[in-house]
Unconditional design. Structure first.
Length: 564
């Protein structure tokens, strides 16, 4: 049988299912004054973030790598190999043109020296290299950072446990036979009764316990629904000026009646180069089941970007959207890839604000993704993302970020950057920049916080994020309806739980609270832009977005605190 050429082959599926990074082990290469926290990172390279010090940083890394028999070379984010001189020149030009530093990769490779290094050398590990460099040259080493794994992390997806492998091991059941016997459950009936859960309520109680409850259909998990309301409407004849523009970085945007090409730009470019991922063979919004075996299960984040776009459309029907595909079907991406996309957006915004060629207006940037930094304090926090986001904000683009779904007060980034004390470039005067809003999730009652939502003083506002209804691409997984019984020439069956060809889904996550606020900001500034009366100067755009953000904070904080 020949592989379907329109879908990934078995090699591609294995590659797509590989974890994007490795967990940090704080017990290795310990350095006094560096107390790391758990995170995940790419093991085979580091990020080089200060072009002015590139030669110095490379010398430091190469000296540190020599202890392990490793070398370090330079590549671009897209994988082009550069000499040291070429890398320095590119970094210099990028910084001088718009004030946006260029991020490069320091690729770590085995480079044993005869008579000195053991064969083979230790496995490549970016954390060990970074720590050894700190041990030699000081713990506050700047200009080099880990390439963290970032996740869109929706709640209630195929994987309800929040990791690539839901059980934490290669084999989910811990044996060669995935079920441990010929019969996967040990009996003819896998649950031992006609009703698989033994009661009408599948959880055996009125409410399923804990944050994990949101992962299951019926309690906020990804579930097909019927939408019977009016579609978002807008009148093209009333546009004298322009529409508000919301860009979002996600898994892309699939086909949907609400999201035609006239509303969603799915192929943004800067300087003639595409922003984000463009390979149609790995598009989570078009294929749905890209990674792992041919098991019929949709991947964890398939449809995530289409859902986000639908939330913005419901809140601000008049907005134009820009879809920037950065995440894979598991909802993960590397920080270096993310930084390249954010830099591209900042460049578009700056060029537009300064009247330079190749720019375009972007009023709101939605980032329904997050990661945790291993050393967010004590001068060990890289400033590059802060500089990109602040540059966009100072030129009239608000930033809205999801707070994360781990039920923790640990700051998640980029959401927490609006007030992070070690972010040197955070704006002191709000009037100098459009807002940066971190958004947690409310339950459907509008009064209580979703139990999965991250919390803390760094979360600025909470918005609807549990059991939200929005658009879905026409994906159809392998699970079938539980019962089919045709009569009178009619197809009769129970609900197919992963047939999203109806176009709508219910889902939960701070990922979906963020676009609610992003759409709200766009809606607040829409009238003046559309009728052509709005002042389009940078200062006026910043002021309008800051007022819209302040109003959203007041309204939704008060809504959350309303008496029961």
């Amino acid at each position: 049988m020949v592989d379907n050429v329109d879908e990934p082959g078995w090699r591609d599926r294995i590659e797509a299912g590989r974890p994007r990074g490795v967990p940090l082990d704080p017990g290795i290469e310990q350095v006094e004054g560096v107390d790391p926290y758990p995170t995940t990172y790419a093991a085979d390279h580091v990020l080089l973030t200060e072009g002015a010090r590139l030669s110095e940083i490379l010398e430091i890394l190469r000296e540190a790598g020599a202890y392990f028999g490793w070398g370090v070379r330079v590549e671009t984010i897209r994988g082009d190999r550069l000499s040291d001189a070429e890398a320095e020149e590119r970094a210099r030009v990028a910084e001088e043109e718009l004030g946006l530093p260029l991020v490069l990769l320091g690729i770590i490779f085995p480079d044993p020296k005869p008579g000195r290094d053991d064969q083979p050398v230790p496995p490549i590990d970016a954390w060990r290299l970074l720590q050894r460099a700190r041990a030699i040259f000081g713990k506050d080493l700047r200009g080099v950072a880990l390439d963290h794994v970032i996740s869109v992390d929706p709640y209630g997806s195929t994987n309800p446990y929040g990791s690539t492998n839901p059980y934490g091991s290669t084999n989910p059941y811990g044996s060669t036979n995935p079920y441990g016997s010929t019969n996967p459950y040990g009996s003819t009936n896998p649950y031992g009764s006609t009703n698989p859960y033994g009661s009408t309520n599948p959880y055996g109680s009125t409410n399923a316990p804990g944050p994990g409850a949101y992962a299951y259909p019926g309690s906020g998990g990804r579930e097909v629904v019927s939408y019977i309301g009016d579609p978002p409407r807008r009148d093209d004849e009333t546009v004298v000026g322009r529409r508000p523009v919301v860009a979002f970085m996600d898994t892309g945007c699939g086909k949907h009646a609400w999201l035609p090409p006239s509303i969603v730009d799915r192929d943004p470019h800067v300087n003639g180069e595409p922003i984000g991922i463009t390979d149609p063979a790995t598009d989570p919004e078009a294929i749905g089941d890209i990674s792992g075996p041919y098991d019929g299960f949709l991947d964890a984040a398939a449809g995530h970007g289409t859902f986000v776009a639908g939330v913005v459309r419901q809140i601000c029907p008049d907005a134009d959207l820009i879809s920037i595909r950065v995440a894979d079907s598991q909802g993960t991406l590397l920080e270096g890839e993310f930084l390249a996309a954010v830099r591209a957006v900042a460049e578009l915004v700056i060029r537009d604000a300064r009247g330079l060629p190749g720019g375009r207006p972007i009023d709101v940037l939605n980032l329904s993704l997050s990661y945790y930094h291993e050393t967010p304090e004590d001068g060990q926090f890289d400033q590059t993302l802060v500089r990109y986001l602040v540059a966009a904000r100072r030129h009239g683009c608000a930033v809205v970020c999801s707070a994360g779904n781990d039920a923790t007060s640990r700051p998640a980034f980029p959401a927490a950057l609006w007030r992070w004390p070690d972010a040197e470039f955070v704006v002191d005067d709000p009037a100098d920049a459009a807002p940066h809003l971190s958004v947690g999730a409310l339950n459907p009652n509008g009064k209580s916080l979703a139990l999965f939502s991250n919390v803390g003083r760094w979360v600025r506002v909470y918005a609807p994020g549990a059991s939200v209804v929005s658009s879905a691409p026409p994906l159809n997984g392998g699970t079938q309806a539980g019962t089919r019984n045709d009569r009178f020439g009619l197809r009769r069956e129970t609900i197919d739980p992963d047939d999203f060809t109806g176009g709508f889904v219910m889902w939960s996550g701070t990922s979906f609270a963020a676009p609610f606020i992003a759409g709200l900001l766009a809606e607040r500034i829409a009238d003046g832009l559309i009728d052509g009366t709005a002042d389009e100067s940078v200062a006026a755009r910043v002021e309008a977005l800051e007022k819209a953000g302040s109003r959203a904070l007041r309204e939704w904080d008060g809504h959350r605190r309303a008496p029961a």
